[in-house]
Design a protein around this ligand. Structure first.
Ligand SMILES: Nc1nc2c(c(=O)[nH]1)N[C@H]1C(S)=C(S)[C@@H](COP(=O)(O)O)O[C@H]1N2
Ligand SMILES: [Mo]
Length: 367
């Protein structure tokens, strides 16, 4: 049973009614409200939604997943049969590669997300490798192409949402065909009845409304693989595909523009995560203020880091701050992971606005 209400069906007893904040109505794109980011597991009703073409209608009873391509024993599987297979459960941070784009200058094209196209969910799914084993994938296979049931015009041609994964990533035991999110059957907007979840990668890999998985023997060149979701320098030079989630943190408390009392302890709290299954090493907090028109900052202070819910979940953290002088302050946080990757001081600009993970924070007033 999920502890979280599904706002779609009306809240349960004592439930909070959540709703994502709409960014575009058609297709539906919405970000997680800041208040929901204080929850260790993001409620489904609050979870951000990113759709390129809109939500296709797929009834679980009619759903089939075709597994084939370069495989000796291609087959199709139905929902009931997939549900009966052994499931694995993982907490996973799902973050859009464009999260934070709205804060880049100049603003790259694309949805102007602030830093709320992110959430952490408790997923249950069947490792894709169990199906790959049954399909007898050819030894020459390089990648698996995953196909969603949604499609729309790209360059005048109807194009399905398709993404590929290198074979080794597709066959990793944590790459899941997800049927449940936070203990409930997958919601329509999150890919019902079945979606892919590739923990540690930016969420464009997590193909929703999954209907196909085919092995290919040469690199897949679909538009969402070879034209979109690339880090591009300002002249358009490709600098590699969007893959692993970059290290990031956010402050959830105090809320922006809160008044806090001088000489009193204020609890600063937030969340931090990294990608690729890499653990966090530390989170630091810094208080900045203007004095005689000069920018001043105190050093970084290490926050108390809570253990994450597994290798792909996020961690809560807290820091007790006692401000000494009145006036406007900016509180910022910085996470560093076990690889030594740390949040850069400024947004790492690229032409499409991906992987935006600078040190960021909230403004508060000390009274
Ligand atoms: N079929 C399909 N899958 C998709 C997409 C899509 O448009 N169609 N968008 C991708 C992108 S860019 C993101 S960020 C995540 C968002 O997942 P969510 O809507 O469940 O939060 O889904 C991914 N999977
Ligand atoms: Mo995304």
């Amino acid at each position: 049973m999920s502890a979280w209400p599904l706002s779609r069906d009306g809240p349960g007893p004592g439930a909070t009614l959540w709703a994502p904040e709409t960014v575009t109505a058609v297709p539906y794109n919405a970000q997680t409200p800041a208040a929901a980011l204080t929850e260790p597991v993001t409620p489904v009703g609050a979870f951000f939604v990113r759709d390129h073409f809109g939500i296709p209608g797929t009834a679980p009873g009619r759903w089939r997943l075709r597994v084939g391509g370069a495989a000796a024993a291609p087959f199709a599987i139905g929902y009931e049969e997939l549900l009966a297979m052994e499931h694995r459960e993982l907490d996973v941070v799902v973050e859009c590669a464009g999260n934070g784009r709205g804060e880049m200058t100049p603003r790259p094209p694309g949805l102007p997300w602030s830093q709320q196209a992110v959430g952490c969910a408790h997923f249950a799914g069947v490792p894709f490798r169990a199906l790959a084993a049954r399909a007898l994938i050819a030894p020459a296979a390089l990648e698996i192409v995953f196909t969603g049931a949604d499609r729309g015009p790209v360059g005048g041609r109807p194009t399905p949402f398709e993404r590929s994964l290198p074979l080794a990533v597709a066959l990793h035991p944590d790459t899941l065909l997800v049927t449940r999110m936070n203990g409930e059957p997958l919601a329509r907007e999150h890919g019902a009845p079945v979606r892919l979840v590739v923990p540690g990668r930016y969420a464009v890999a997590d193909v929703k409304w999954l209907v196909g998985a085919r092995a290919v023997t040469s690199p897949f060149m679909g538009v969402f693989q070879s034209e979109e979701y690339l880090y591009l320098a300002s002249r358009g030079t490709p600098e590699g595909p969007v893959t692993s989630v970059r290290v990031k943190s956010l402050i959830t408390e105090p809320e922006p523009d809160t008044a806090v009392r001088r000489g009193h302890e204020t609890l600063v709290r937030g969340r931090a995560w990294s990608g690729g299954g890499v653990a966090l090493r530390r989170v630091e907090v810094r208080a900045e203020y203007e004095d005689d028109d000069r920018h001043r900052e105190w050093g970084w202070h290490e926050a108390l880091l809570e253990p994450p819910a597994g290798p792909y979940g996020w961690s809560g953290w807290s820091y007790r701050w006692t401000p000494r002088r009145p006036g406007p302050y900016r509180l910022v946080s910085r996470a560093t992971d076990a690889r030594g990757e740390t949040q850069p001081p400024h947004a790492p600009w690229n032409a499409r606005g991906y992987g935006c993970n600078p040190v960021a924070g909230v403004e508060v007033v000390v009274v």
